[in-house]
Design a protein around this ligand. Structure first.
Ligand code: CU1
Length: 535
């Protein structure tokens, strides 16, 4: 892909607006991307604080901090919701997507810049509603909503009187609309605003991943929104959608929730796949192996991901034929996922591999995501899942996929593109220290949970039998270690902005997979009249 530039670097449009207009009325895709990254950091810090409190509670048997176990349940609930809606999604789609999709496809900005602003601020409102809900009267004589992120009725209806969950519903609806608008924006931008010559089959894989993810969001979030509104009216105006006494069905909520909830896991992991494809190609000094297969594997994962949702519901009393269908359909997803994993390995095969910081994160993503994928095959098997359901094995499984798969890919992409976004280089020693603290920390935290789960330790309970103590202690120490890793992360970001080592153009050097149309770091503030002609 040869790229030329339509005009020189001086551009009348390049002036930045003043602070208030720039950050509060922003229509610039890079500024909105930065806002999303900051929101994701805040969401991650709050969600991470809750998880450290949970691990402190579980560091020994008995109740340590949570006099009312409801508070522990509320921490679990909010940890899940914050990490999904206010950390992973804002960073991996809103933040990096806004920054790099227009730059990768040669677009002047997003298709609907004002709607882009609306998406961000709806999410900020949602975060505020969610945090406020933690302090409002909830269930079991405590504050906040403790019904877990899945919000099943009747625990979420008659089980939680008080305004906490109503606030949370408003927050989730706002976050949902934010994502729907964002998805419409990305789909329109990618379909309509590619530079001349940038055909779909030339489009970089991260842009492909955001396209597939946007379709998943667009098709699944309205279902969640409908379920949330039905919960809301069941709670407030006396409808009975989920109340058997009024002819409703609580199981219908689970179907609606997981029709959203399963595609949601791919919303978090597909952009991760896109990011590490670039990083692995760059630091193997080879083009990605099987480009078209990689793109359509993501499409296949997205499509099949919509017909597997009831594998989260094997224990609700489904017909065995229905279980067999959901089991088989879930296994099918291992095929395109395998295509991706083996294509990454084939990309590295015979390559000139450089173990840079982003590459370390990417290699760890593959290694740990595969562990999470394999335990996913266990859980997809309805018979095994009956034994493992609601145990720590499930918690271990999805943290390997998300805390290691998605979050490691976030750090891979962030360290890969930090120079491009900020114009500065980070301290490699500090960034490497963060990687090892994280890598060892999360494995210590989550590997023992597999064994705890297989020994029968249930999820969502703040106390446990003596027998589980050693593995829980190891898990808690691992989580403290990854918390230190987060502190080191913040330190290296601040250090880079203080010391201001200039990144320079094309800072990953010769052979780098520089897919953005402009090589300068940071890119020009606006690219209205500097768009490339891609041949
Ligand atoms: Cu699922």
């Amino acid at each position: 892909m040869a790229t030329t530039y339509a005009s020189a670097d001086t551009d009348a449009h390049d002036g930045k607006p003043k602070f208030w207009v720039r950050w509060f009325f922003s229509t610039n895709h890079k500024d909105i991307g930065t806002l999303y990254l900051i929101l994701g950091l805040i969401g991650g810090l709050v969600g991470g604080f809750l998880s450290i409190m949970m691990r402190l509670e579980l560091s020994e048997p008995g109740l340590q901090f949570f006099g009312n176990p409801h508070t522990y349940n509320m921490f679990i609930t909010m940890h899940g919701l914050l990490m999904i809606f206010f950390m992973v999604m804002p960073i991996i789609i809103g933040g990096l997507g806004n920054w790099f999709v227009p730059l990768m496809i040669g677009a002047p900005d997003m298709a609907f810049p004002r709607m882009n602003n609306l998406s961000f601020w709806l999410l900020a409102v949602a975060l505020v509603c969610g945090v406020i809900s933690m302090f409002l009267p909830g269930g079991a004589g405590g504050a906040g909503f403790g019904g877990s992120w899945v919000m099943y009725p009747p625990l979420s209806t008659s089980g939680h009187p008080g305004p906490a969950f109503d606030f949370l519903i408003i927050g989730i609806l706002a976050a949902g609309f934010s994502s729907i608008f964002g998805a419409i924006n990305f789909i329109t931008t990618i379909f309509n605003m590619r530079a001349p010559g940038m055909t779909m089959h030339k489009m970089p894989l991260y842009a492909w991943s955001v396209l597939v993810t946007s379709w998943l969001l667009l098709l699944s979030l309205p279902v969640l929104a409908a379920a949330m509104i039905m919960l809301f009216t069941d709670r407030t105006v006396g409808t009975g959608f989920f109340d058997p006494a009024m002819g409703g069905d609580p199981l219908m909520f689970q179907h609606l929730f997981w029709f959203f909830g399963h595609p949601e896991v791919y919303v978090m992991i597909l952009p991760a796949f896109g990011i590490i494809s670039h990083v692995i190609a760059t630091f193997s000094r080879k083009p990605v192996f099987g480009y078209l297969g990689m793109a359509y594997a993501m499409v296949a994962i997205g499509v099949v991901g919509f017909v597997v949702w009831a594998h989260h519901m094997y224990t609700v009393g489904m017909d065995v034929d229905v279980k067999a269908y959901f089991l088989a359909a879930t296994f099918v997803i291992a095929v395109p996922t395998g295509v991706k994993v083996f294509s990454w390995l084939a990309t590295m095969w015979g390559g000139s591999i450089r173990y840079s910081i982003p590459m370390q994160w990417a290699l760890a993503t593959i290694f740990l995501f595969v562990i999470g994928g394999v335990t996913g095959v266990f859980l997809a098997s309805a018979g095994l899942d009956t034994a493992a359901h609601d145990t720590y094995f499930v918690v271990a499984h999805f943290h390997y996929v998300l805390s290691m798969g998605a979050v490691f890919a976030i750090f891979s992409g962030f360290t890969y593109w930090f120079g491009k976004m900020s114009g500065y280089l980070y301290n490699k020693w500090l960034a490497g220290l963060q990687f090892w603290l994280f890598f060892i920390g999360v494995n210590l935290a989550f590997m023992p949970q597999h064994f705890l789960g297989w020994q029968g330790m249930p999820r969502r309970i703040p106390d446990y039998f003596q027998e589980y103590q050693l593995l829980n202690q190891i898990s808690s120490y691992g989580s403290y270690m990854s918390a230190i890793g987060v502190i080191v992360f913040i330190v290296w970001v601040i250090e880079a902005f203080i010391v201001k080592r200039k990144a320079g153009d094309n800072y990953w050097g010769e052979g780098a997979d520089t897919l953005e149309w402009t090589l300068s770091s940071p890119p020009p503030y606006h690219q209205y009249s500097k768009l490339p002609q891609i041949k």
